[in-house]
Design a protein around this ligand. Structure first.
Ligand SMILES: [Zn+2]
Length: 278
């Protein structure tokens, strides 16, 4: 599942492709992918709009739009990839028959190229919303984990540290992969109670969050064995090779050599080293 570094990679790759361009055709064949409106409403809101910039908050991509009419005001195309969503670059003058299986939305651009939204599991979505700030639909999210860093630590919470990191209302952008990697980098057990975090441990977690997410962005994100995350041109991310714990059960810890242990935390798989993490 794409997390902050994968969406940031997509944002950076889309900047030269989209900014200054205009959407000339919008075809939504997958109703679930545009479920906050009807396909024709979605198409009307996007057709002929020009892209003025691209932002990101947590795992959400925010494509800023203008026009085509003065009265339209500023709008935002929000994109969330969820489990298996991909945004792929369509070659110049590609037809619908050229789109991969599970393409639910096709966006044509005024230079003849376009974008395909591909999503086998159909949990991902796109919608157009008014304004150029953070969309109202994203009001529940905490600060961005990379741009803003971790907010003050909730020492009153009795859930595990990883569960806090994964809580998008606390901090936005961290998922299962980077939750494991951040905890290992900080030397903190994924299931240590948030209430038992000491000041030095919180400081290490803060530093680890910035380091791990920064390195993952530089490496263009992580592609796991399922191959579900790829970039705009279909290439895998390079950070999977740098994972120290995630999906490495039984393999030696890169710090101490003891085997990495897999466990279930809050109903999801987690990985850690019992020696290096306390
Ligand atoms: Zn270790």
């Amino acid at each position: 599942m794409p997390e902050l570094p994968e969406v940031e990679t997509l944002r950076r790759d889309l900047l030269p492709v989209l900014v200054g361009r205009r959407f000339t055709s919008v075809v939504a064949t997958g109703i679930r992918s545009v479920r906050r409106s009807t396909p024709s409403e979605f198409s009307r809101a996007l057709t002929a709009a020009a892209v003025t910039g691209i932002d990101r908050h947590g795992k959400y991509l925010l494509v800023r739009l203008d026009g085509p009419h003065q009265s339209d005001g500023e709008r935002t195309l929000a994109v969330h990839l969820r489990m298996s969503g991909q945004v792929l670059l369509a070659p110049p003058n590609a037809g619908p028959e050229d789109a991969p299986l599970h393409t639910h939305v096709r966006l044509g651009l005024d230079d003849g190229t376009g974008l395909w939204f591909v999503d086998p599991r159909t949990f991902g979505e796109l919608w157009v919303t008014h304004g150029a700030g953070r969309p109202a639909e994203l009001a529940h999210l905490g600060p961005d984990a990379w741009r803003h860093g971790l907010p003050p630590w909730p020492t009153n919470r009795r859930v595990g540290v990883k569960a806090v990191l994964l809580d998008q209302g606390f901090v936005a952008g961290i998922g299962n992969i980077y939750g494991d990697e951040i905890c290992h980098r900080a030397g903190v057990r994924v299931d240590r109670s948030a209430a038992q975090m000491t000041r030095p441990a919180i400081a290490r977690l803060r530093t680890a969050t910035a380091e791990v997410l920064g390195e993952a962005v530089e490496a263009r994100g992580s592609t796991l064995g399922d191959g579900q995350y790829v970039d705009l041109t279909g290439r895998s991310g390079g950070f999977g090779l740098s994972h120290r714990v995630h999906a490495r059960a039984g393999q030696p810890c890169l710090k101490c050599g003891r085997p990495i242990v897999g466990l279930i935390v809050a109903g999801r798989s987690a990985y850690q080293c019992r020696t290096c993490q306390r």
